[in-house]
Design a protein around this ligand. Structure first.
Ligand SMILES: Nc1ncnc2c1ncn2[C@@H]1O[C@H](COP(=O)(O)OP(=O)(O)OP(=O)(O)O)[C@@H](O)[C@H]1O
Length: 301
């Protein structure tokens, strides 16, 4: 059963939003695309838990199968074998209980920020005082109250991502799934997004599953870090990021534990990249080069 965690204030008039947190379990999940001589194993015997009320981050080499796994969890595709359950019930199709925020903007360009956020409730015939209060509450939470009536093209990249977070959260999913949502943002906007997003999580403790290729993002955000292998993708290691919350970005990376986790994760990812580097992967070669630069920079500090 999903747990109703806590009543959260929606606005100053005292209305409440119940945050419901679910749990997703993957057991021996495999995914093969194509048939016969064209068959390609992308996910192989993948088992892990997306724990209730925790922020689980999955990091793996580029092209290892992360987006394929998200499509299975979202219910857009089915595993070739193995089982995925939400609160013990098999995932068989897409549902409001598992909303995915993708790396590409999904905002409707002809709608204002407010209308984009209200899209879900309106589609369900729930344009009422409660959802309107909630939309305004979320606008405030993501720092977009002043941009309520602007269209997506009038917002910066970071603002668009924040609007997307609000648009997903208004539907109160039991699990929020995020596929590299901050990819492509410049470094400063990205850090700002991490802080917004971490705060939103810390205030709600909704179950979140966040997928990335960015090591700093992964370590800063995660309660649990899943390090994945190259294709066919499996869980290589699970690291508990036992750094207390709320986390301040300015002090986080000076913490010994955060740096230990980062070095441990980097070294595992480096091993995975080396495997596909020897197999001739361009993405792996880029990672190996970036890793060497980062290691030298850390040594120089
Ligand atoms: N529908 C499909 N049919 C055939 N092959 C596919 C299909 N979807 C994905 N693949 C293959 O599966 C592998 C993993 O792709 P996927 O997009 O899941 O990886 P990823 O880790 O999300 O990549 P990135 O980090 O670049 O976003 C790739 O080799 C891709 O070509």
């Amino acid at each position: 059963m999903a747990a109703v965690l806590e009543e959260r204030p929606v606005d100053t008039t005292g209305k409440k939003l119940a945050v419901t947190a679910g749990e997703i379990k993957l057991e021996h999940v495999c995914k093969t695309y194509g048939k016969g001589p064209f068959a390609k194993d992308v996910i192989k015997d993948c088992s892990f838990l997306i724990e209730r009320s925790k922020l689980t981050v999955m990091i793996g080499p580029s092209g290892c199968g992360k987006s394929s796994l998200i499509r299975l969890i979202a219910g857009f595709e089915s595993p070739t074998s193995g089982k995925i359950t939400l609160n013990g019930k098999p995932v068989t199709h897409p549902g409001r209980d598992r909303l995915v925020v993708f790396q590409e903007s999904a905002l409707f360009p002809w709608m204002t920020t407010y209308d984009n956020i209200m899209y879900g409730p309106r589609a369900r015939g729930e344009d009422n005082q409660k959802t309107r209060d909630l939309a305004n509450f979320l606008l405030d939470k993501v720092g977009l109250t002043a941009f309520r009536d602007k269209y997506p093209t009038q917002l910066s990249g970071g603002m668009q991502r924040r609007a997307e977070l609000a648009r997903a959260m208004i539907n109160n999913p039991e699990v929020m799934v995020l596929d590299e949502p901050f990819r492509g943002l410049d470094a400063m906007s990205k850090e700002l997004m991490w802080e917004y997003y971490a705060k939103l999580f810390e205030e709600s403790h909704r179950t979140n599953f966040f997928v990335t290729t960015d090591i700093d993002e992964a370590v800063y955000l995660a309660d649990r870090l899943l390090i994945m292998t190259n294709t066919p993708m499996q869980v290589r290691a699970v690291i508990e990021v036992d750094v207390p919350r709320p986390r301040s970005l300015s002090s986080f990376f000076t913490s010994d534990r955060a740096n230990d986790v980062k070095m441990q994760a980097l070294s595992l990812l480096h091993e995975e990249a080396m495997k596909s580097f020897s197999g001739g992967s361009k993405a792996a070669a880029d990672f190996v080069e970036a890793y060497a630069k980062r290691k030298n920079a850390t040594a120089a500090e």
